[in-house]
Design a protein around this ligand. Structure first.
Ligand SMILES: NC(=O)c1ccc[n+]([C@@H]2O[C@H](COP(=O)([O-])OP(=O)(O)OC[C@H]3O[C@@H](n4cnc5c(N)ncnc54)[C@H](OP(=O)(O)O)[C@@H]3O)[C@@H](O)[C@H]2O)c1
Length: 332
């Protein structure tokens, strides 16, 4: 249909994993931009574990998405028509476009996109910045330290491991399955990988791969993985709480048992939200882009096709079906 904006709206709140049954597709007319607005054609939307939190009853530190609302999502888009002198038809931009094909947004909420648009979905976007500030500012890594990363083959984890490697740390990744572990030690340059799905005793596997202990544990997963990693911390160790995907949709929360070890280890555990560092995003992007240009940093992007595949994509993250940054290709 000409002049149509296809949208995916929240239809029901999930109890466990989210999937297509929780979203409904509708079509509305494209809205011409008023002064100070820009009308966009969406090219890619990002799929992030946090989306499952946003559609829950009580998301915590972000407003929840209401039933009937277009699903919130970062994305990249082309300007179709502009009511703002800073943007012209054909410009590539990034914005919180949502799961829709032709949004009309305020120009103040849109950023221009230099370089390869797909880089802005991961490496230079929120996931790359999350890895950069989480590891450097919260984890405070030093050359020669041992860095353990969970969710290592995912969007954030793959960048964390490569940054640690660039900073001359020993890097050990935890991921599900032999294929992901081979990617970590192969193309991503990790020193070792632990397939948590194949290890009967994760603590023993961490001790085997980090024989002197762990200086920094960058956690994307939470639950029993966090427990096992705390047990391996060195004196002065740091735990970066980036995410806890194993607990996001869990029917029963896992109670972490090893917190008492933080006392004797004089260890620190700290959570953060990437937007805490918004004032320094330009610094983070400049560093990440320089490493990419020097050939030291790259990202795996996992592309699925069609706006309608986005809800199933959200489910993929929780089943470990993505390799690297998961995005949906919406338009050409
Ligand atoms: N703090 C912040 O500001 C911030 C910003 C962005 C993201 N995050 C968090 O960072 C984490 C990673 O996000 P991402 O976008 O990079 O996602 P991702 O790692 O690309 O995808 C999620 C991965 O989590 C793993 N996983 C799923 N269920 C699991 C379970 N029960 N136990 C262990 N691993 C499990 C799967 O990998 P396997 O196949 O290896 O199991 C899956 O591929 C998420 O927790 C997210 O919420 C935080």
């Amino acid at each position: 249909m000409q002049n149509a904006n296809r949208r995916l709206v929240l239809a029901a709140r999930p109890d466990g994993f989210a999937g297509p049954e929780h979203f409904a597709e509708d079509t509305v007319a494209v809205r011409a931009p008023a002064a100070g607005e820009v009308q966009l054609e969406t090219l890619y939307v990002s799929i992030d574990p946090a989306m499952r939190v946003w559609i829950s009853e009580n998301p915590g530190y972000v407003p929840r998405i209401e039933i009937g609302d277009v699903m919130r999502a970062f994305g990249i888009a082309r300007v179709a028509s502009s009511g703002d002198p800073r943007f012209a038809k054909g410009d590539f931009v990034q914005a919180r476009v949502g799961w829709q094909t032709h949004p009309t947004l305020a120009a103040r909420d849109i950023e221009p996109l230099p370089g390869d648009p797909l880089d802005w979905m991961g490496l230079l976007g929120m996931t790359g910045l999350t890895a950069y500030f989480g590891l450097k500012d919260v984890g405070r890594i030093h050359p020669g330290e041992t860095v353990l990363v969970s969710g290592a083959a995912g969007a954030v984890g793959q960048v964390v491991g490569q940054i640690a490697h660039i900073e001359a740390c020993r890097v050990v990744g935890i991921a599900g399955g032999p294929e992901k572990c081979a990617i970590l030690t192969g193309e991503l340059g990790f020193d070792a990988a632990i397939d948590y799905k194949a290890e009967p005793d994760l603590a023993a596997a961490i001790a085997r791969e980090c024989p002197g202990g762990v200086d920094v544990f960058y956690d994307n997963v939470g639950g029993p993985t966090l427990d096992a990693a705390i047990g391996a911390l060195k004196i002065g160790g740091r735990v970066v709480i980036c995410g806890r995907i194993s607990q996001t949709a869990a029917a029963e929360l896992y109670g972490v048992r090893n917190l008492g070890l933080l006392i004797g280890r004089r260890a620190r555990i700290e959570g953060f939200v990437v937007t805490d560092f918004a004032a320094r995003f330009a610094e983070g992007r400049a560093w990440l882009a320089a490493q990419r240009d020097a050939g030291r940093l790259h990202q795996r992007v996992h592309v699925i096709n069609g706006l309608e595949s986005a809800p199933a994509g959200l489910g993929m993250l929780f089943k470990g079906e993505n390799q690297g940054k998961l995005v949906v290709k919406v338009g050409e």
